[in-house]
Design a protein around this ligand. Structure first.
Ligand code: HEM
Length: 424
């Protein structure tokens, strides 16, 4: 299939995921689903099959995110609120080297937490540390060799092998999610939602109990879906971006110059400013391309017999969207194998997005948090690059760009030195 796509000069992944309607929007009962399903009878959005429950929950989340300010100023304010803590942490590292590993996870987690639970956690809060540990561990286990063993040999599933860790983690996360819901139930005023949980509880009241898919166990899983999806993805993309920026000082400097020129005396950037910053936009996108954060997307399956590039694909076939291959495919990119913002710039230096760019996937199951993630990446990168200069430490040896594989790709732990450019 890849060969016929190449012959036609088209992007195979896009043609596949973007098929009309919902031909491949289904999901098989995969090992991932089985893994995460243990201990609960519900799934919510990410691993749920195509159908009315998925559609209703997806619509509800998009509407609720919009009501809490996505695309409006209030989401920018949430991001800037969290950025002030990131800046405080980096301020303490000025003149030294620091590892950004947990900092970006904490920040991304807190931004989505303010929408979900109406609260953020201090960076040394035990609950935040536990959430992040559970998510990062499970992101590796569920696409790792032990998950393959689990999937291939049903008889070993109850044995005390390392995949049991994923179930233990899921059980702890579910309990934490349920505690948050119970706390909300005690403190909420119906009809006056403070956050996503309150909105969902209001929706449950509205729909009643007659066959509605809006029920508490779904809410518990929904919180975890959104919290995990909104944390490990954005943070690993930022980690990759700063790994490459600290090792490519020329690119970092060009970004800084453009940001300063465009913002002049303005205290901070807004998301709209991206249209006046083609080079920085290109760097943000190039970071996402090279990060290849969710390399195999979420596994789909065909919902009916379908045709793709002349191939017949029967209903129920497992589809693994290889987003990573699209984002490095020769013929689709000027510089497929190097970190080079020119991949997103035309001859006139204007920002241009090739169709093979699909870190959020495409089609009906496209990432639900794309808008939020894009806003976070732009505002965080612009703000930090304007205030600080990041460099690869002289004594750190050669950088290792090989990521650690999992549901998400993670750069190996690294440090960068931090210098202050401006104080206000
Ligand atoms: C750089 C950051 C992000 C990347 C690269 C990313 C990527 C992806 C990808 C590849 C998928 C699978 C789409 C498919 O099945 O075809 C996905 C699904 C999803 N993402 Fe994201 N994501 C990011 C940030 C976020 C954020 C911030 C949220 C939270 C609001 C989020 C929530 C979701 C949800 C709920 C789904 C499941 C959608 C569905 O099946 O209907 N993501 N994401």
């Amino acid at each position: 299939m890849l060969r016929s796509c190449k012959q036609e000069g088209k992007c195979c992944c896009r043609q596949c995921c973007d098929k009309p309607a919902t031909d491949i929007a289904g999901l098989l009962k995969s090992k991932n689903e089985e893994c995460l399903k243990q201990g609960t009878t519900r799934q919510c959005v990410i691993l749920v099959d195509y159908g009315s429950s998925w559609r209703d929950h997806r619509r509800f989340a998009l509407m609720t995110l919009r009501n809490f300010g996505l695309g409006k100023q209030s989401m920018e304010e949430r991001i800037y609120g969290e950025l002030s803590y990131v800046i405080a942490e980096l301020d303490q590292s000025v003149g030294k080297s620091m590892s950004p590993q947990t900092m970006f996870h904490n920040a991304a987690s807190n931004i989505i937490c303010t929408v979900l639970f109406g609260a953020r956690y201090e960076y040394n809060d035990e609950a935040l540390k536990i959430f992040i540990k559970l998510y990062t561990e499970n992101a590796k286990i569920t696409n790792g060799p032990w998950a393959m063993v689990y999937d291939t040999f049903p008889m070993v599933r109850s044995w005390p092998l390392p995949f049991q860790r994923a179930f233990e983690n899921a059980a702890i996360a579910q309990k934490m999610s349920m505690d948050l819901i119970n706390h909300h139930k005690k403190t909420r005023i119906p009809g006056q939602p403070r956050d996503f949980i309150d909105c969902y509880l209001d929706e449950m009241d509205k729909r009643g109990e007659d066959g509605s898919t809006f029920v508490e166990p779904q809410l518990m899983m929904y919180i975890l879906d959104l919290h995990f999806a909104g944390t490990d993805t954005t943070s690993n993309t930022l980690l990759t971006a700063f790994l490459y920026l600290s090792t490519h000082p020329d690119i970092q400097e060009k970004c800084y110059q453009e940001i300063e020129e465009v913002l002049e005396d303005k205290d901070q950037a807004c998301f709209e400013d991206r249209h006046r910053m083609p080079y920085t936009q290109a760097v943000v996108h190039e970071s996402q391309r090279i990060a290849n954060t969710v390399p195999l997307s979420v596994f789909h399956c065909t919902t009916k017999d379908t045709e793709l590039l002349g191939y017949h694909i029967p209903k129920g076939t497992l589809i693994v969207p290889n987003l990573g291959s699209a984002m490095r495919e020769e013929g689709q990119w000027k510089f497929p194998h190097e970190f080079n913002p020119s991949n997103f710039l035309n001859e006139q230096g204007e920002f241009e997005k090739p169709e093979a760019f699909m870190p959020f996937s495409v089609g009906p199951r496209v990432c639900l948090g794309e808008g939020l993630a894009r806003m976070e990446l732009f505002l965080i990168m612009v703000t930090l690059l304007r205030r600080f200069k990041f460099a690869w430490p002289e004594d750190a040896g050669d950088p290792d760009f090989t990521p650690v594989f999992g549901v998400t790709l993670t750069p190996k732990p690294y440090s960068m030195t931090v210098t202050l450019r401006r104080t206000e």
